[in-house]
Design a protein around this ligand. Structure first.
Ligand SMILES: [Zn+2]
Length: 464
């Protein structure tokens, strides 16, 4: 009884403390320097820091009485707030157990100023999970990110701004994530890097830096070292210096098997084998630094994959997948880059690779252009063309017949936010029994890696 009384008291205290430390946002709300946007769950918003309309009234939501028979919705649990500092932007990801509406607000430094002091979210129907800690960022763009149970049914997440130019907000599903990408001028240590020098991951970046070091250590451990004397000259002719670092992203992993073939072959295993081979060839044959988003059977969220690529200053991002279709006779190779889906099939594939519904994909499509401000559309299309051409040629020469499905466009989450040319390859249909048999053959997987490598060489050679 006593313990229970104590824990209720603790919760009360936490709520009270939370409210008081968030009092400034409340004060600012009253003073009218705040801009408010109501945002439905899964909608995507872009917000430019245009001069704030001072004095604009904050509208209060009208409370609609629920029908008596309707059960109360289960609160969405806010379980994690993470961030990645990259050379171009800082990404903050807020993870919740399921979709829930949120309101997005910003506070100007002074009324009417275009400079922001805070961005904050009131996430309705949400509970803050125990153990979610405030983040100290201090990377020149953001100071801190704080989360607290603001009201019994509302979690408030505050981003304390140091100096930003622009920000974008979008959401991912399953689990529900609110992603905030902020952009601005960084302090000298990051922005002063001369062009051509590969940006190292920021040293003062413990969480993500550690993850990255772990990835690189894993990669190193898995790559057999060849004796220096026995090392042959690079087999593929490529202009040096154009492409220095490539992030290789084998799709899925861990709890997410990806598509599964009739005999039980799993996409996650196939694409990992291709990715490891490709990374080794990039290093050994081209002397390119290959960084893998995963080099073992682990689950990595989609938003982390591009964040890794941006963080290490990669020149290219290659996501490797195997295709699947309800039509078991579907077969062939296709390569995608990020854009609106032109066909229903492409939208369906994006929904599957995004781990979400077709409906959510069309929501993402509606605002995709806003999210693609820094996206290298033409370069990505060019890289996709070269990789598709080379993959098709190599596989059709050695394992005919192979169908060339061509280069396509689709709204893939994993490519959203990538600041370098980025593609997603679907090198065969695991749902087709003949192609599944090919994907079970390590020699075939090696040829896929060779094909992607040929495409990268062709792309790089065409760079001026
Ligand atoms: Zn996939």
């Amino acid at each position: 009884m006593f313990r229970r009384g104590l824990s209720v008291l603790t919760i009360l205290l936490i709520v009270l403390l939370g409210c008081s430390s968030f009092a400034e946002e409340a004060k600012n709300e009253k003073s009218g320097t705040v801009k408010t946007k109501k945002t439905a769950a899964a909608a995507v918003k872009k917000k430019k820091t245009a001069p704030a309309k001072a004095g604009k009234k904050v509208r209060t939501a009208r409370v609609v009485a629920a029908a008596p028979a309707k059960p109360l919705p289960v609160p969405a649990q806010l379980s994690e707030v993470r961030h990645w500092s990259t050379p171009d932007y800082t990404r903050v990801a807020i993870t919740l157990s399921h979709d829930t509406p949120y309101e997005q607000h910003e506070i100007a430094r002074t009324p009417g100023s275009s400079l922001l002091s805070r961005i904050y979210f009131d996430i309705n129907g949400a509970r803050l999970a125990p153990g979610v800690k405030d983040l100290s960022i201090g990377d020149g763009l953001l100071k801190t990110v704080r989360a607290a149970q603001y009201r019994a049914d509302t979690v408030r997440v505050v981003l304390d701004v140091e100096n930003i130019k622009d920000y974008k907000i979008f959401t991912f599903s399953d689990p529900f994530r609110i992603i905030v990408d902020v952009k601005g001028e960084r302090r000298a240590e990051i922005s002063a890097l001369a062009p051509g020098i590969v940006a190292a991951p920021p040293a003062a970046e413990p969480a993500a830096g550690e993850a990255l070091r772990a990835i690189q250590a894993e990669l190193q451990a898995e790559m057999p070292k060849e004796p220096a004397v026995a090392k042959a000259a690079p087999r593929k002719a490529m202009k040096p210096g154009k492409i220095r670092r490539i992030v290789v992203d084998p799709g899925h992993g861990g709890k997410d098997p990806g598509a599964i073939g009739l005999t039980g072959l799993q996409e996650k295993d196939v694409v990992l084998a291709i990715g490891l081979t490709l990374a080794k060839k990039l290093k050994d044959e081209l002397g390119i630094d290959a960084v893998m988003t995963r080099s073992t059977d682990v689950f990595i969220e989609l938003q982390e994959r591009t964040a890794i690529a941006n963080q290490v200053g990669a020149d290219l991002f290659v996501s490797i997948h195997a295709n699947a279709s309800l039509n078991r006779s579907a077969s062939g190779i296709e390569t995608y880059y990020l854009n609106l889906a032109k066909t229903e099939k492409a939208a369906q594939l994006a929904a599957r690779e995004n781990g979400t519904s077709l409906e959510k994909v069309s929501l993402l499509q509606a605002v995709l252009f806003d999210l693609m401000a820094n996206y290298k559309l033409n370069d990505s299309a060019h890289l996709a063309e070269e990789v598709q051409k080379a993959l098709y040629k190599r596989l059709n020469d050695r394992y005919p017949p192979v169908k060339n499905l061509g280069v396509k466009q689709g709204p893939f989450y994993v490519l959203v936010g990538a600041t370098m040319p980025s593609i997603l390859t679907e090198s065969a249909f695991i749902s087709n029994d003949k192609e599944e048999a090919k994907l079970a053959d390590p020699q075939y997987l090696e040829q896929i890696a060779e094909g992607i490598l040929d495409g990268i060489v062709a792309y790089s050679s065409a760079l001026k």
